[in-house]
Design a protein around this ligand. Sequence first.
Ligand SMILES: [Zn+2]
Ligand SMILES: [Zn+2]
Length: 252
Amino acid sequence: MEISVIASGSNGNCCLVEDRDASVLIDAGKSGREIESRLSSLGKSMEDVDAVLLTHSHSDHVSGAGVLSRRYSIPVYMTRQVFAEASARLRKIDARHFSLKKSFRIKDMKIRPVPTSHNVSSCGFVIKKLGVFTDTGTVTDEMKKVMPGLSTVLLESNHDIDMVIKGPYPYFLKNWILSDIGHLSNIHACGFIQEHGKNLSLALLGHLSGNNNTPEMATKTFEALVKRKFDFRVCSREKASGSWNIDGSKRR
Ligand SMILES: [Zn+2]
Ligand SMILES: [Zn+2]
């Protein structure tokens, strides 16, 4: 199985997960054209994608989903609550629903939703030994429960707390980012991996803020705090970051 990070940041999120049996996009928060072009920069194509899964209804996760669903005649999976919030933006699509309490399948690929703490019915996903968790103000009990079983994680490392506090955002926005329903900081992402990522071999740090973080800050925090040996990579906000093999942890 392989993960390709197509876009990651507060300016748009999308990754491709491919296995023998199925290929899914997790989120589609860029325009359809942009996602197609970034996929092709990694030698991938929308033609091979079986479905789009949505973590929540915010536009940096949803904006291209409707177009891609119509253009390639593929379904979009989300909770009923996310559909209620995003339906105007998604327009006419083949919508399928899942419950946060139950795993579901796309062909033979088993997908386990993992509740996050962010927005109405927001979640991450676990597929085999891969976890994708972005947009969560705090590490949820469910995330803690699945983390020891994962070898690879795409994890939000959104901001440096000091940069948020000292930065230009209005008070209410700073409060929301730092709240339990906002975003995960570098230091909290670190702590989560340190404490629960017992079998992790690769961490892809994603959903970096353009104003409240830098790749250097995220790297510095991880190098200083995470003592255990594993690879980590800070995902790019501007282009596709690359593809990684999950099963053998062999990098490409
Ligand atoms: Zn987001
Ligand atoms: Zn969000």
